[in-house]
Design a protein around this ligand. Structure first.
Ligand SMILES: [Fe+2]
Length: 239
């Protein structure tokens, strides 16, 4: 297998540099400082679905809407609550650190759930065409597109009846494109950029397929937004 090389691309003038000329460095500094939200901010809202929930092939409006509103939405709301509790707990000098870390564990888990669900819904769409450049990269990384898909599906099948995620990711330190098994929201490959994410928690398919995990995986693959996946990989390779 050959190493994936960074794509050549035309660098445009960075926005910061352009604005620097127009408004001066102090204004830029203020803008950049304002761009980092409060770590304890607790007003996050649900990110809208990028497609109509009744438009996917083989995944019902009922399950998509329920998944988005109840599972993903539940984690968004829980994360807001946890951040409020963390801020209050941090001010309590008498609170044992290990008790504080009970909240930090929940913070980590809910953060993973929110982030992964947003990647998941964003990499789905009504069936569309594949991306030739992406297929070429997959073939270079895995030997063939079929081998990549065989492993991606195999990992999902292994998570059937339980919980977890399958992730195609760009491993930044290793400079490799690999499929990863994740048994919950907290066990992500280190320093890796998500390229394609598949939810294997039962709530993502049980309402439509019961225990027929393979049928869900078939439906998921039919509804991959290949344009989004290709764009993510491009950004990872050139960013
Ligand atoms: Fe989910």
């Amino acid at each position: 297998m050959t190493t994936i090389s960074r794509r050549s691309f035309v660098k445009t003038l960075p926005l910061g540099a352009a604005t620097l000329t127009a408004v001066g460095p102090s204004a830029i500094l203020a803008q950049e400082q304002a761009a980092i939200p409060d770590a304890f901010a607790s007003d996050a809202e649900l990110k809208p679905l990028p497609f109509e929930p009744d438009q996917l092939d083989g995944l019902s409006e009922k399950i998509i809407s329920s998944h988005w509103k109840n599972n993903y939405g539940g984690s968004v709301r829980a994360l807001n609550t946890i951040k409020q509790r963390l801020q209050a707990a941090l001010a309590d000098d008498d609170l044992p650190a290990f008790v504080y870390n009970d909240l930090k564990r929940e913070h980590l888990m809910r953060t993973g759930s929110v982030v992964l669900h947003e990647y998941y819904f964003d990499n789905m769409a009504p069936p569309g065409s594949r991306d030739a450049g992406l297929d070429s990269d997959l073939a270079r990384a895995f030997g063939s597109v079929e081998t990549w898909e065989r492993e991606f599906r195999r990992i999902g099948a292994g998570l059937g009846g339980g919980s977890g995620w399958v992730m195609l990711a760009w491993n930044m330190p290793a400079q490799t494109l690999e499929n990863y098994w994740m048994w919950d929201h907290m066990h992500a490959p280190a320093a890796s950029v998500p390229i394609l994410v598949m939810d294997m928690y039962e709530h993502s398919y049980h309402m439509d397929y019961g225990t027929a995990t393979g049928q869900y995986i078939d439906a998921f693959v039919r509804n991959i937004n290949w344009n989004v996946v290709a764009e993510r990989l491009n950004n990872a390779l050139t960013g």
